[in-house]
Write a protein that binds this ligand. Sequence first.
Ligand code: NAD
Length: 377
Amino acid sequence: AVIAVTKETRADETRVAATPETVKKLGAAGFSVVIQAGAGTAASYPDADYEAAGAKIAKTAKDALKDADVLFKVRAPESAEIAALKKGAIVAAALNPYQDKETLDALAKAGATAIAMEFIPRITRAQVMDMLSSQANLAGYRAVIEGAEAYGKALPMMMTAAGTVAAAKVFIMGVGVAGLQAIATARRLGAVVTATDVRPATKEQVESLGAKFLAVEDEEFKNAQTAGGYAKEMSKEYQAKQAELVSSHIAKQDIVITTALIPGRPAPKLVSAAQVASMKPGSILVDLAIEQGGNVEGAKLNETVVTEGGVKILGHANLPGRIAADASALYARNLFALSSLFTNKEGAFAPNFEDEILQAAVVIRDGAIVHPNLKTA
Ligand code: NAD
């Protein structure tokens, strides 16, 4: 079977869905790989390296897709690519299924089968395919780097002949995969780190990374984790108590990084304009949830907002795209692992749609939207 990887077309997408390493592995697994010329350039993977790994280079997306049974992408394909798909082709990408209904409809209309990489279930066997984790980890790292860069002071304490530079105080709100890496990164840079979450399991994780945990630990908190390991949307009462606790803390912080998400819902608002205004001039907020509406009041997608009080709110979309080589390498491995579900024991191309991983992640099957979370009543 033929797997195509085309150049990303969505704005500011620097990642690529295969690397020379995964091209080699896909080849060894029996796939032929076609890469659109220039697909890896922005992530520092030149065409020649793909070719050396055994890929065919196609001039255009249309050429790449002509015989492709599978299309691997970072973000959803757009209309020209969808039109060039072979009937019944499988598309695997971060389809943004809750927000981009238009693309789902177009893919269904084209008779495609589509896998939303966001829906890979969080079971042990699927961890190696979990792009939310592979990308969130890098986003958490990068958020600290961006925050540190925008901050006009140092993170570590430094004792110099000219006097002491104080350590920066960094507060991480939301301690999932991104938040944990943000804590670790800020600690490595020498900051004094605190963190908060609504899931009780995070307390121990925060403390094991050498940071201090801060949260309203009431009855609701004890039950805030769903069976799937995600956070529930908290009640208005809880949010008010949380805001009160966080208020006095935030005013003393130098860098605040917010990562709180609830699957399929808008991001919870965790930092109010008044709390932003309470921060010292030069303080930084990095809102990782900006693509889901943001955790910080006043944050703007793809903008750095500077408040009247001299606080900067960073609203970068796609932080993993700012570390494109590593983000692509990990995502490409997620897809390589997924490809193992496409072949049978004899090595022939026969995707096993009964497998629980595909059951969870296939959103369109042969032209129909099949995922229970996406079917409209
Ligand atoms: P996420 O991206 O959905 O959310 C980020 C964090 O925000 C979560 O920790 C969440 O609890 C927190 N949050 C939500 N609402 C909040 C609020 N009002 N205030 C403060 N914090 C709030 O989370 P994630 O990174 O995808 O991780 C979710 C869980 O899944 C974690 O327990 C993680 O360890 C687990 N996980 C499991 C697997 C696996 O088993 N394969 C893989 C990855 C993650």
